[in-house]
Structure formats: C-alpha cells, structure tokens
Design a protein around this ligand. Sequence first.
Ligand SMILES: [Zn+2]
Ligand SMILES: [Zn+2]
Ligand SMILES: [Zn+2]
Length: 221
Amino acid sequence: MGYEDVEQYADRETFAKYSDLALRGAVSQAPDFVWCPNGCGSGQIHESGNEQPIVTCGKCSFKFCFRHQVRWHEQLTCAEYDSLVSDPENFRSRIDILNEEAEKLRLAEQLARRTQEEADRRLAQSLMAAEQREEAERQARRERAERERREEAERRRLQAERIAMQQQAEKMRMEAVRKRDEDELSRITVEKTTKPCPGCKWPIEKNAGCSHMTYAETPLI
Ligand SMILES: [Zn+2]
Ligand SMILES: [Zn+2]
Ligand SMILES: [Zn+2]
C-alpha cells in the first residue's frame, strides 16, 4: 500500500498518522536526523551534525550529544568523551589538566612569593645589620675623635709644661750665670781692694799709702 492508496482510502485521522509515520520514516533516513535519547519519541534534523554536536530536543528539551547519543557530556569534547569511555580509570579531562596546571601554577607562585618574602626579609636584616654596623662605626669614629682630642690636649699640656720648665730652668741658669758673674766681680773687687790680714787671713781693705787697716765686712770664701 502506497502513500496515494492511504490518502485515497484512509480517513483523515489515519491519513494524518500514516503521513506522520511516513514522514518520520523518510526523515529518519536523513544523515543529520537524530532521535532524542531521552525516550520522548521525538527526533529532529540537526544540520550542523558533528561540527556542533550539542542537540536540544525540540519536544522535551533534553540536551544531548549528536554523535554519541547520550546526555550532553558537559566540559568534554566528543574526542575527550571517547577517551573517557575507552579508559575511564586513567582519563584526565581538559578540565582536570587545566585544574592540575592551575594548581601547579598556584604552587609555583606560592613558592616564588615565599622565596621573594624570604629574600626581602634577608635584605631587611642585612640592611638592619649594615645600619647597626654603620652606627657602630660612627660611634667608634666619635670615640676615636674624642680620644684623639684628649690626647692632643694632654700633649699640649705636657708641651706647655715642658716649655715652662725649660723657661724656668733657663731663668735659673741665667740667674746662676748672673750670680756667678757678680760673685766673680765681687771677688775681683775684693781682691783689688783688700788683702788678707797677715794674722787671721780675713780680707782687709787696702788703704793705699795708709798704714791704718780695718776688717772688711764679709770674708771671702
Ligand atoms: Zn526529547
Ligand atoms: Zn559526543
Ligand atoms: Zn786679722
């Protein structure tokens, strides 16, 4: 019985049903036709085929894969879904790999951050140590300058003392010279103007031409 026969003999309802069935039969042969895997009995042409494999059922809104005829495998491409099905235990999805890479990146960044923090801490410590060392050096310089100042003052004091002693000694020497010269002059004067007493040897003044003699006030040593 052909299409025309049905049209000719069947009532309107039967024809509609047959027409639908025939349509379905014909359409289901099309390469882009797909049945809804959700069991709603609907099927549809999915013109983009495997290129864009996500299909949403026009009747029940079930979202499924055109190629695999299963609920749409979220986050997996069809190739990844094939890998998952062929080795479910060892399958690592793109998302897993991305997550692993993100975790590695996070750990690497954490390590880099800690390394940087450690370097900063060491730098701060060395700066602090350098500052302390500089302060210690400044303090040592201040102390050395103060010591040198004291030593210089002491040196000048000793020099002044030595000069004063030298001046004192010079003064005493000159006084001694003067005294010696005076004594010498005095002795010469006494020698010129006196003669020893013939009796007690004390110098007595010469009274030229005069026989009278008196004792000099002081004896010669
Ligand atoms: Zn459906
Ligand atoms: Zn698929
Ligand atoms: Zn005498």
